[in-house]
Design a protein around this ligand. Structure first.
Ligand SMILES: Cc1ncc(COP(=O)(O)O)c(C=O)c1O
Length: 440
């Protein structure tokens, strides 16, 4: 069966990419090539009317009363400090222009290496999971190759492998002695795809290990990717910055790798997936962003990518929660925001320091190795001679301590959810569970 004819707007977006960034056009999946934003559709006509319909606006599918969205007092009473429009009205599929501009400013402020290099404007997503879904939708066809570290958030598999039928390749995140990032392993894994298309997933601070590369390691990662792209590999590099800013160690790089990757090579499209979820401690609000950057990127090429992302958003969720965007925007502009955020990060940093001491007590040396950690919400133990899930169940049933087992040997501990006084008990219970599982 032949695919449906390409919509003229998709053709126009593809033509813009073909002219300015031909490799990016080539990197798009069949779905990505097909997608467009319906610029003359209901939303666009409604947006036009919003600006010009001074007599009466009978366009968009909401109900209005007294010049504001109609609403029920029993719903409105749960919101304070937001206007009915900020709560009840639809947001555009790309996200609200004000929050997109505010987030772009924040990204640039936090990423000096970006300089004045042009990137797309961030498109609002239903938090990061949805952003990762869009990366897959735009760039992965069945059978396309993905490179990820073995230690990764499991939802990547559900999203890109189970849903989109991509094929995962893995490298060990750390060297065998667990001293730091496994640059040789990463470089060798990249080289296996020389000359082909590859989606590389980077996530620092990493879930589950809690690791962020040092500045030197970060240089190495950027150099390896740039060299590979210059050797002819066509790369999409997805930079998942979910835990951005949660750094507990001076050596860890404090900038997103997106800044340098966005201007590394015409053969490398960097896609930043980030959002308010963890940074602003608003997990349930569901506000994230997807941003594109490539060395030869132009306004027209970025517009094409934004339109394609917004078209996919329009097709299956239409738009992202407006109250969520309103709250995040107000928080970003609040003079207290940075101070309050720093206070919470300091709480996490203090917990990480206790964890670092407790998990490495000499009496636990027979039970596990500790994966390096210096950031984020988690740390991860590599258990010795005990199956991780059996230990997890024992720990839960006999000690009432909940952890996450990953693979055969890894036990993830979210210290983000542990008060400092709880931490010693968690590790001593974990050691008891390991010994009980292996019978000594
Ligand atoms: C690495 C990583 N990326 C993305 C996400 C998804 O975040 P969100 O809740 O914003 O969808 C998580 C959540 O745990 C995560 O750990």
């Amino acid at each position: 069966m032949s695919p449906p004819a390409l919509h003229p707007l998709a053709q126009a977006s593809n033509d813009a990419l073909a002219k300015d960034c031909p490799v990016v056009l080539d990197l798009l999946s069949a779905r990505g090539k097909r997608f467009f934003f319906p610029a003359k559709g209901i939303l666009a006509q409604g947006a036009e009317a919003k600006k010009k319909a001074k007599t009466a606006n009978a366009t968009v599918g909401i109900a209005t009363e007294n010049g504001a969205p109609m609403h029920l007092a029993c719903v409105g009473k749960y919101y304070q400090g937001l206007t009915p429009s900020e709560i009840f009205d639809y947001a555009p599929s790309q996200g609200r222009a004000d929050i997109r501009a505010a987030w772009a400013k924040k990204q640039r402020g936090e990423t000096p290496s970006l300089g004045d290099h042009l990137t797309s404007t961030p498109v609002v997503t239903n938090a990061l999971t949805h952003g990762l879904g869009l990366v897959g939708d735009l760039f992965l066809d069945p059978g396309d190759q993905v490179l990820s570290s073995e230690l990764m958030w499991e939802n990547y598999n559900l999203n890109w492998e189970t849903r989109l039928e991509a094929r995962f390749n893995y490298y060990a995140l750390f060297d065998e002695k667990l001293t730091g990032f496994n640059l040789p392993g990463f470089t060798a894994a990249l080289a296996k795809h020389r000359g082909k298309k590859l989606l590389v997933s980077l996530n620092f601070p990493n879930n589950p290990s809690g690791y962020t590369p040092t500045r030197k390691e970060a240089d190495g990662i950027v150099q390896a990717l740039t060299a590979e792209a210059e050797a002819g590999t066509r790369l999409v590099v997805c930079v998942d910055d979910a835990y951005y800013g949660m750094l507990f160690d001076e050596d860890a790089t404090n900038e997103s790798l997106f800044g340098r990757l966005a201007q590394a090579s015409n053969n490398l499209l960097a896609v930043k997936v980030d959002g308010a979820t963890k940074e602003e401690f608003v997990w349930g609000l569901r506000v994230g962003f997807i941003t594109f950057g490539v060395k030869n990127g132009t306004a027209a090429a970025y517009k094409a990518l934004e339109d394609k992302a917004a078209g996919i958003i329009r097709s299956y969720i239409s738009n992202v929660s407006n109250p969520g965007q309103s709250v995040v925007l107000k928080a970003l502009g609040d003079p207290e925001f940075r101070k309050q955020q720093a206070e919470k990060i300091a709480v996490l940093r203090a917990r990480a320091a206790v964890v670092a001491k407790e998990c490495r007590r000499p009496e636990y040396a027979d039970c596990w190795d500790v994966y390096p950690f210096n950031s984020g919400y988690f740390m991860c133990l590599r258990l010795k001679d005990a199956d991780a899930d059996t230990v997890r169940v024992r720990l839960l049933d006999e000690h009432g301590v909940g952890t996450i087992a990953l693979g055969k040997r890894e036990l993830r501990i979210a210290f983000s959810c542990l008060a400092e006084p709880q931490i010693p008990g968690v590790f001593s219970a974990a050691a008891k569970a390991v010994r009980s599982v292996r019978g000594k």
